[in-house]
Design a protein around this ligand. Structure first.
Ligand code: HEM
Ligand SMILES: *[C@@H]1O[C@H](CO)[C@@H](O)[C@H](O)[C@H]1NC(C)=O
Length: 334
């Protein structure tokens, strides 16, 4: 009798744990029954948007990153400013830089027609980032879904947690560690800079830094090749002015999602300071090894990238009863 009671309690506890889990974590095919066309609608609209403006692939991939690094992947980055709350869009790393919000608006509008209050803005960002990579030639992965949207944004968080392009390797490593991401995630996710562009203000310091500032621990050849490249960059981006002139992050294949980023940084031809420090400040050679393996094996880069994107997409997600499904990604529901 006692044993039976104990067994029943045990079963109750175990099944409780199980139901807790299914509402607390992200799953594949979250919308299979709730909104069967969700992934297709996102994918189709990404195709249309990227056909018109290929750079939007890069911009939407970056939006997901900037969302996840501030309070988690909760679509906080999509909120517009309202009285008493300045948007993340106004923060230093995002202002005049983040783009692609209209694509999310359109997708959200169509999803609200198809299945009202069902698909979160945070999930749209995760799906759009996945589709962006695939549509530019990268590998598709199964995206985990079931995120809820935040009720607030964090202007200060965006200034604090989005890494700056002039960060040292040490700073970048710590920045990613704060998000639960390790050095390998940092390196493989930096491979996103195989598509898209940066403004002159983002890479000026890297052109005009002195030889002392350039930590050329690697070898001297590396430094010399870098100065030739620097002349080319200098013609786009002078010491003063032309702040908003663009250069492609990957000069070789700017529109293709491929492993060229890693070949570039081995040659000292990463556009941003943060790209170059991966090699120039890597004193024990561990990162260089990882970079070499991606530079010589694109497939390995693709599978590692997908793994780290899924990890990034899991940062502090709101699930279950937390947060809400926004009706309009720019505003919390009233
Ligand atoms: C490692 C730290 C990183 C730093 C310091 C950094 C910094 C930057 C900067 C400064 C730009 C150019 C912005 C501008 O000038 O307007 C940029 C562009 C971009 N970043 Fe990063 N980034 C980092 C990591 C990442 C990660 C993890 C991803 C994606 C998972 C990513 C995806 C992109 C993309 C796709 C673009 C091009 C956007 C466009 O063309 O619209 N970055 N990044
Ligand atoms: C990075 O750039 C910012 C803004 O341009 C500047 O204020 C800061 O001092 C720079 N940091 C380093 C380490 O150079």
């Amino acid at each position: 009798m006692e044993l039976l009671k104990l067994l029943l309690i045990l079963i109750a506890v175990l099944s409780n744990i199980h139901t807790m889990k299914s509402s607390e974590f992200l799953v594949h095919e979250y919308y299979k029954e709730k909104c069967p066309l969700a992934e297709e609608i996102v994918r189709h609209n990404m195709e249309v948007a990227i056909f018109k403006d290929p750079r939007l692939a890069a911009s939407l991939l970056r939006l997901h990153f900037h969302d996840c690094f501030v309070m988690g992947c909760d679509a906080s980055v999509l909120l517009d400013s309202v009285e008493g709350m300045t948007s993340e869009k106004q923060a230093g790393p995002n202002l005049n830089s983040l783009r692609g919000f209209e694509v999310i608006d359109k997708i959200k509008y169509l999803l609200e027609e198809e299945c009202p209050l069902t698909v979160s803005c945070a999930d749209i960002l995760a799906m759009a980032a996945r589709d962006a990579v695939e549509l530019r030639g990268g590998l598709r992965w199964d995206v985990w879904l079931g995120r809820k949207d935040s009720l607030e944004s964090s202007f200060s968080g965006a200034n604090l947690f989005i890494p700056a392009p002039n960060s040292s390797l040490h700073t970048l490593i710590n920045n990613f560690k704060q998000q639960g991401l390790d050095v390998e995630d940092l390196v493989v996710l930096s491979g996103s800079h195989t598509i898209g562009r940066a403004r002159c203000v983002s890479f000026r310091q890297r052109i005009y830094e002195t030889k002392q500032e350039y930590h050329y621990g690697y070898d001297y050849d590396h430094y010399k090749r870098y100065t030739t490249f620097r002349r080319i960059l200098g013609s786009i981006c002078p010491v003063k002015g032309r702040d908003n002139k663009f250069a492609p992050l990957d000069f070789q294949t700017p529109k293709r999602f491929d492993n060229h980023y890693f070949i570039n940084i081995l040659e000292g031809k990463g556009l941003l300071g943060s790209d170059n420090v991966l090699i120039s400040q890597d004193m024990d050679g561990k990162i260089r090894e990882q970079v070499w393996s991606y530079a010589s094996n694109e497939k390995l880069f693709f599978t590692s990238f997908a793994k780290s994107m899924i990890k990034m997409g899991n940062i502090n997600v709101l699930t279950g009863d937390a947060g809400e499904i926004r009706r309009n990604c720019r505003f919390v529901n009233t």
